[in-house]
Design a protein around this ligand. Structure first.
Ligand SMILES: NC(=O)c1ccc[n+]([C@@H]2O[C@H](COP(=O)([O-])OP(=O)(O)OC[C@H]3O[C@@H](n4cnc5c(N)ncnc54)[C@H](O)[C@@H]3O)[C@@H](O)[C@H]2O)c1
Length: 352
């Protein structure tokens, strides 16, 4: 059935839709807003908030959002909002999540939950006072079909005991200088990119405690990153309690496209997810050789997963299903992400 009919028909959708307010309509926020406006069932995107007037104009005219405001407090306290979706700069996540929970709203907040562990813990403490409210962090890979299948295979014993996760998040080079500008708010390449791989590694290895971490990196192209103590290619190793290990690689300089790839080694086999960054199933063989096109960015690679994660959030808010990730997972991802960021800057091993 057409998605639009599902969204609009009160007969097929008898319970009232979840009313959502979104904060942040930038690079990713605009995508989430489009999904919520047109593709996610049982929802109505009723409010949008951004300090940028053109984004609000666009929200009203292109997405048909009824109420737009630059005042986050106004949206968060609006009586016609059940849930808040935060796609704002990372530095705002903790305080905005707390404000939304205290206003009695469910919250979806983009990753990472915060750049500091103490801020994550503050959010956890407030969430504990509002156990009937959903608070979900957007670790989108948990909602990707291939990662989900890998996780299920592992739980069924397909590769024996998993002990090593080697995972990378590598973006296509952007010569416009975007990654240098973004470094001012992202918390660095590990907090921005590897935080996804960190969450995956913990999820796959059964949430072990991190013991030690070491990181290194280099600037291959974007020299402006030095001013932010950041790199455009970073590597990290994390030792976990019980023998599990993880190796993370993040890059901003790939020539061919976006390549998220994860390899999981187990005592009886291994799994590989995302090999070769194939855009689709088309392979061209001609006098130049055999080749396929690659995914250009994370939107393309994870477009279905972004829908699946928002569906999961809405279902959880409506009490229809439980989430497979918690705020404490997000706190641990920040703890490890911060440790490897410190190690990158100091050259020292970090002990947890
Ligand atoms: N899950 C993923 O794969 C993924 C990918 C990209 C970004 N992200 C995360 O999403 C978040 C946003 O990233 P982005 O790249 O879209 O950033 P962006 O800078 O493009 O957009 C940020 C938006 O927040 C708005 N904003 C700023 N201050 C605000 C305030 N006080 N109240 C309301 N809105 C405010 C800005 O106007 C803009 O619309 C970051 O935390 C980032 O880590 C996640």
């Amino acid at each position: 059935m057409h998605e639009w009919i599902w969204k609009m028909s009160p007969i097929l959708c008898p319970t009232p839709p979840l009313r959502i307010g979104i904060a942040g309509l930038g690079r990713l926020g605009r995508r989430h807003a489009e999904n919520l406006a047109y593709r996610i069932r049982n929802t109505r995107l009723v409010w949008a908030c951004s300090p940028i007037a053109s984004e609000l104009d666009d929200a009203r005219s292109q997405l048909g959002i009824e109420h737009v405001t630059s005042d986050f407090d106004r949206m968060v306290h609006a009586p016609d909002v059940d849930a808040i979706v935060l796609v704002t700069p990372t530095a705002l996540h903790a305080q905005q999540t707390i404000a939304a929970l205290e206003a009695g709203k469910h919250v979806f907040v983009e990753k990472p939950l915060a750049l500091e562990v103490a801020d994550c813990e503050r959010v956890e403490a407030v969430a504990a006072q509002h156990p009937d409210r959903v608070a979900m962090v957007g670790f989108v890979r948990r909602f990707d079909a291939s990662y989900r299948r890998a996780y299920d295979h592992i739980r069924q014993g397909a590769i024996g005991q998993p002990f090593l996760v080697r995972s990378q998040t590598c973006d296509m080079n952007d010569p416009s200088g975007f990654f240098v500008r973004y470094a001012a708010q992202s918390g660095g390449i590990f907090m921005d990119c590897s935080v996804h791989d960190i969450d995956l590694a913990r999820w796959i290895l059964g949430n072990p405690r991190a013991l030690r971490a070491y990181a290194s990196g280099t600037i291959a192209i974007h020299t402006g990153l030095a001013a932010h103590a950041d790199v455009d290619n970073g590597l990290a190793i994390v030792d976990f309690e019980g023998g599990g290990r993880a190796v993370f690689y993040a890059s901003r300089t790939f020539a061919h496209g976006h390549e998220t790839q994860t390899e999981i080694m187990g005592s009886a086999g291994k799994l590989l997810i995302g090999h070769g960054a194939e855009r689709d199933r088309l392979v061209t063989s001609d006098c130049h050789g055999v080749r396929h096109a690659s995914t250009s960015d994370f939107f393309e690679r994870f477009s279905d997963a972004f829908l699946n994660e928002m569906d999961a959030f809405v279902s959880a808010c409506r009490g229809e299903s439980a989430l497979n990730l918690s705020l404490s997972d997000a706190t641990e991802a920040t703890r490890i992400g911060q440790a490897i960021t410190r190690s990158l800057r100091s050259g020292q091993v970090e002990i947890f």
